[in-house]
Write a protein that binds this ligand. Structure first.
Ligand code: PLP
Length: 481
């Protein structure tokens, strides 16, 4: 299946040109979303059952003509959806080199440099956010949802009964985990997958800054103990998905200490902001967490996919995930070699660490911090615009890089909630910008996530221009309906 050297070089050049044109033409100034239907996309990329061979040049040309058109170009600063990182260009090269090397990071001897680079990156990230200690350890995984699942599996294993690996959770008292009402849905999913049950994820009400209320947490734990339930852990969120709020980590850690509970922090999104000196106070208590997760593919600007789980005590990670059958025993006799399969759900795993390492090595501590700061500034600039313009209303001051706000209806017949939902739908049809709405206090609102090192004030100005254009039409449409 290999090509000649020349053909391979030409194909690499051809794909380089494609990437160059995406980045030179699509970053600003054009639609980033074409709003195609699933059947339109299927038609363009369909494969015949006994697909004939195709020249690789033609495959690339086909992609050149179609791939971007049928995608959503999220490296653009006009993309504000979800909490999607912008990636970065050295990371693209990292992905390319990674595939060429095709490492399988299941064991140390199957991926030596890969394993050590992963450990170096985990240490670097821990130091960057102030979570480092000599006994901690971590692994890269595909995303924050898997990292949450792994964290909760650790809590269950360490705080549950001793034979949970053999007998399951049966025979145990009902285990309870506590989070705020603003926590990420992947935690609910993990409770379900791990057999703990979504009803045993106790949601603590937030205050008016969308932060968990420690007093209510303490009361809930006491209540559960009185009911003979088994509290096992509390999850603080450092950067909630909806509004970017940081829970009072220090107060939560004290409660965990008092009740001997596992303290975990979901820092999937917000964690990198802990590196900023102006944020040390907000993240106070992060260093006390027994385990955390943080996603380089969000706010460390690394291309998808890569998240990490980090624990304070390496033994806890190993105790939860190590299981070695006969066919995986090779190469284990040298003690200083760490097989990362023993710290993870995954066995086969790609060289995720390369793009992380290349990002850190290329941009360094200060440039990454500057970009994080810039994203916060952009969200605050958007806040100022929304505050000054009587057509808009910001719903909170951005603690990090997320802002929720709404367009205010001019007519008593049109509710703000209906109008903002309509605007979100019409933004998708329009395609010049992309954002994802959310609900705050049960009302549809607009939400922007500003994680993108390319964003400037002119982009935020453009966002508001597009929103004003669309909102007027949306309001008319609803009125005339
Ligand atoms: C706080 C938080 N935790 C976990 C996740 C899940 O991460 P991923 O999308 O990488 O699965 C997200 C995603 O936005 C998040 O905001």
């Amino acid at each position: 299946m290999d090509f000649s050297k020349r053909t391979f070089r030409n194909l690499v050049n051809q794909s380089n040109k494609m990437i160059e044109s995406w980045y030179s033409q699509k970053i600003r100034g054009e639609k980033i979303y074409e709003n195609k239907t699933p059947s339109e996309i299927k038609k363009v990329f369909s494969l015949e059952e006994k697909n004939k061979q195709c020249k690789p040049e033609d495959v690339l040309s086909h992609l050149d003509n179609n791939l971007l058109k049928y995608s959503n170009f999220n490296p653009s600063p006009n993309y504000y959806g979800y909490i999607t990182g912008s990636g970065n260009q050295i990371g693209i090269i990292g992905e390319f080199l990674k595939s060429a090397l095709n490492q399988n990071n299941l064991k140390w001897h199957s991926a030596p440099a890969n394993t050590e680079i992963e450990k170096i990156c985990i240490d670097w990230i821990s130091k960057f956010i102030g979570y480092y200690n000599k006994k901690n350890a971590g692994v890269f995984v595909s995303g924050g949802s898997v990292a949450n699942l792994m964290n909760i599996a650790i809590i269950r294993k360490i705080k549950g009964h001793n034979s949970i690996n053999k007998d399951g959770i049966y025979g145990s008292k009902t285990m309870r985990i506590y989070v705020s009402t603003e926590s990420h849905s992947s935690i609910d999913k993990a409770m379900d997958i791990l057999g703990l049950g979504i009803n045993n994820l106790v949601k603590i009400e937030v205050d008016n800054e969308f932060k968990l209320q420690p007093k209510l947490l303490r009361e809930k734990i006491r209540e559960d103990l009185n009911k003979n339930l088994l509290p096992i852990g509390v999850i603080g969120t450092a950067g909630t998905t909806n509004t970017g709020s940081i829970d009072p980590l220090d107060a939560i850690s004290k409660i965990c200490e008092d009740f001997n509970l596992w303290f975990m922090v979901d820092a999937a999104y917000g964690g990198p902001a802990a590196s900023l000196s102006s944020y040390k106070k907000k993240f106070k208590g992060l260093d006390k967490a027994d385990s955390i997760l943080i996603n380089p593919h969000k706010w460390l600007f690394v291309p998808f996919e890569v998240a990490c789980v980090i624990v304070k005590n390496k033994d806890h990670l190993k105790k939860t995930f190590s299981l070695i059958p006969e066919y995986l025993q090779g190469g284990t006799e040298i003690e200083e070699r760490d097989d990362l399969m023993n710290y993870s759900i995954q066995l086969s795993k790609d060289f995720k660490a390369l793009k992380v390492w290349m990002t850190i090595k290329t941009f360094g501590y200060s440039k990454i911090k500057r970009s994080i700061n810039n994203d916060i500034d952009m969200a605050r600039y958007a806040y100022e615009i929304a505050k000054k313009d009587p057509l808009f209303q910001p719903l909170h001051y951005p603690e990090l890089s997320i802002l929720c706000f709404k367009y205010l209806s001019n007519s008593p017949k049109v509710s703000d909630s209906l109008l903002n939902k309509k605007i979100t739908d019409m933004v998708e049809e329009d395609g010049r910008i992309f954002l994802s709405g959310t609900k705050i206090n049960n009302e549809n609102v607009l939400r922007i996530n500003c994680v993108n090192h390319r964003r400037e004030r002119q982009d935020i100005d453009f966002l508001f221009k597009v929103l004003r254009d669309i909102a007027k039409i949306a309001e008319e449409k609803i009125k005339n309906h």
